[in-house]
Ligand binder design. Structure first.
Ligand code: PAP
Length: 328
């Protein structure tokens, strides 16, 4: 009897359509990925074929506007959370948090703040973004060196988010295992830890990604707001206020505490992870929305990493970040 398999999710596709990308792929260094078969090293960072196609198309076509806001993150550093926060923040007059039909209550944050290279440009096409309301809010995982030139040339603002590498690693390991189909089996923590330490992870080496934006944020603090997941967890109200000031939309005295608390509340792990859309929904690329909500804790690595793994990762961070002023 013939058994029918469900169609392969889009996020597992490895083929690209643009000739330019195919030509480039054939000459790039490769490594095996955590989820897909192949990762390619482009401009010093590891990406999948389709993400690279998205990056090339976006480098060619994306025209940043002075009023744009770009959230840049290392994967699994709290992207979903910050997408929700930035969306709620910049749209707070259109959509007061008290509204029962607030878009965050029925949409996963990834649908409200699209990734440039992972969504808008991933198919190699040039989408028309002219009708989007201002300020336009986009996200990217691209390293600083790979940003479209217009991002640097314009006055658009960047919010950069990264996370303690130990928690980032555990979150990425758990996420990629969740996205693997049953027949693919799971990755052991040891095998992907080895890759992570060699810098072979999505948009890795993670230290180069962080350092690229860290150094730029020191040179140009008006342009890049550099934030860590741990800082945001520790003092969310402080950072929300600072983000609002940085983005030119500070809270008025009339808004006072109420608005800050309301935004943090609607974007909290508990609220978002318990919404029907995030429990049961899927992204158009096939990932279940619930894959973006695991436990949202700082220090969960203690439950998984051995003493030797911790020592090795800390040594790598010490060596790579030495003298930069960036510490975890
Ligand atoms: P992405 O980069 O692939 O979009 P991202 O959202 O950065 O993923 O990673 C999800 C992490 O953020 C998860 O961390 P964990 O695996 O350590 O649990 C997820 O739980 C956490 N997260 C998602 N939403 C929130 C939130 N509202 N508050 C705090 N953490 C959150």
């Amino acid at each position: 009897m013939e058994t029918s398999h469900p169609p392969e999710p889009i996020y597992l596709k490895e083929d690209v359509v643009s000739q330019e990308c195919m030509t480039l792929l054939s000459i790039l260094p490769t490594e095996s990925g955590w989820l897909l078969k192949t990762l390619y090293n482009y401009q010093g960072f590891w990406q999948t074929a389709r993400q690279l196609q998205g990056a090339l198309t976006c480098q060619k076509h994306f025209k940043a506007q002075d009023t744009d806001i770009l959230l840049v993150t290392t994967p699994k550093s709290g992207t979903t959370w910050l997408k929700a926060i930035l969306f709620a923040l910049v749209n707070r007059t259109h959509f007061p948090q008290t509204q029962h039909d607030h878009p965050l209550l029925s949409n996963n944050p990834h649908m409200l703040v699209p990734f440039l290279e992972l969504k808008l440009y991933i198919d190699g096409e040039n989408p028309d973004l002219s009708s989007l309301a201002s300020p336009r809010l986009f996200a990217t995982h691209l390293p600083y060196v790979s940003l479209p030139k217009s991002v640097q040339d314009s006055k658009c603002k960047l919010v950069y988010l990264c996370r303690n590498p130990k928690d980032t690693f555990i979150s990425l390991w758990a996420f990629t295992n969740k996205l693997r189909l049953q027949e693919m089996g799971t990755n052991s923590i040891e095998e992907v830890f080895e890759k992570f330490c060699k810098g072979v992870s999505l948009y890795g080496p993670f230290w180069d990604h962080m350092l690229g934006y860290w150094q730029e944020s020191l040179k140009n603090p008006e342009k890049i707001y550099f934030l860590t997941y741990e800082e945001m967890k520790e003092k969310p109200d402080l950072h929300l206020r600072k983000l609002a000031e940085f983005l030119g939309c500070p809270f008025s005295s009339k808004e006072e505490e109420g608005m800050v608390d309301a935004i943090l509340d609607v974007c909290s792990f508990d609220t978002l992870s318990n919404l029907k859309v995030n429990k049961e929904g899927k992204l158009p690329s096939g990932e279940s929305n619930n894959a973006f909500f695991r436990n949202g804790k700082v220090g969960d690595w203690k439950n998984y990493l051995t003493v030797e793994m911790v020592e090795r990762l800390e040594k790598i961070c010490e060596e790579k970040l030495c003298g930069s002023g960036l510490r975890f």
